[in-house]
Design a protein around this ligand. Structure first.
Ligand code: ADP
Ligand code: MG
Length: 247
């Protein structure tokens, strides 16, 4: 079953066409890695899915509902409900610095879902355990390493029970020795069949964990396939050139 269906997605900034008729689907339990050079439109594509950017044309359907159809957006209430099915993890964590780890986790579900304090407490401690941060509930983000901050951001996204998690270069701001702990958490989510789209430069992760890889260049999906195919026998010159560069 397709959770995300994207077709003919177009986005321009002035005369710059950033997304040129992007089309792809994501099925339940898929882990889709999106790779490609800087400026190819990966972040714009991801941000469009959660309505942080508005597209100029095309269709995005989430769990069978239209976020935008042929360039026409659904009503604000619908958009809110549809985008709530997705969680997003950013390169720069985007934690609230004046809130503790636990408050970061509980804020959105408290406001949006009005869950009880006990239910939130139970869930936030379970999720902190899942990302290996038991005991850090009372810490402020400034006291955490980059890897810990990103694991908090993942737990915070999971608090909303999303059907799909989107990651935009989640390890690109981290020192190399902290990258592994974040990738490990993502890998364990994949093993629990979380549906994910991951924009990444971590080719090892894409190869090992992704069920499918999309290669983007210059606003287009040039090539997609299972990792063994895309990395093992890329078909397009641009894919070959990019992979040649990143190994
Ligand atoms: P990637 O994530 O693959 O590096 P982006 O989606 O961030 O690519 O950017 C794609 C292109 O869109 C780049 O040429 C970038 O400069 C341009 N771009 C992104 N955001 C804006 C913006 N707000 N205004 C103008 N151009 C933008
Ligand atoms: Mg980007």
């Amino acid at each position: 079953m397709a959770i995300i269906e994207v077709s003919g997605l177009k986005k321009s900034y002035g005369t710059l066409d950033v997304l040129k008729r992007i089309t792809f689907d994501v099925s339940k339990n898929d882990v889709v890695a999106v790779i490609g050079p800087s400026g190819s439109g990966k972040s714009t594509m991801l941000r469009s899915l959660v309505h942080l950017e508005e597209v100029n044309g095309g269709t995005i359907r989430v769990a069978g509902e239209d976020l935008v159809r042929d360039g026409v957006y659904s009503k604000p209430q619908e958009i809110k409900r549809i985008t709530a099915k997705m969680g997003m993890v950013f390169q720069h964590f985007n934690l609230f610095p004046h809130l503790t780890v636990q408050e970061n986790l509980e804020l959105a579900p408290r406001l949006v879902k009005g869950e009880s304090s006990e239910a939130l407490r139970r869930r936030s401690s379970e999720l902190l355990e899942k990302v290996g941060l038991t005991g850090r509930a009372a810490a402020y983000p400034a006291k955490l390493s980059g890897g810990q901050k990103q694991r908090v951001a993942i737990a915070r996204a999971l608090m909303m029970n999303p059907e799909i998690l989107l990651f935009d270069e989640p390890t690109s701001a981290l020192d190399p020795e902290l990258t592994g702990e974040v990738l490990q958490v993502m890998k364990s989510l994949a093993e629990e069949h979380m549906t994910m789209i991951v924009v990444t430069h971590e080719m090892g992760f894409a190869r090992e964990v992704a069920s499918r890889v999309l290669f983007m260049d210059n606003g287009e999906i040039i090539e997609s396939g299972p990792p063994e195919q895309l990395f093992g026998s890329p078909q397009h010159e641009r894919t070959k050139a990019f992979l040649g560069r990143s190994y």
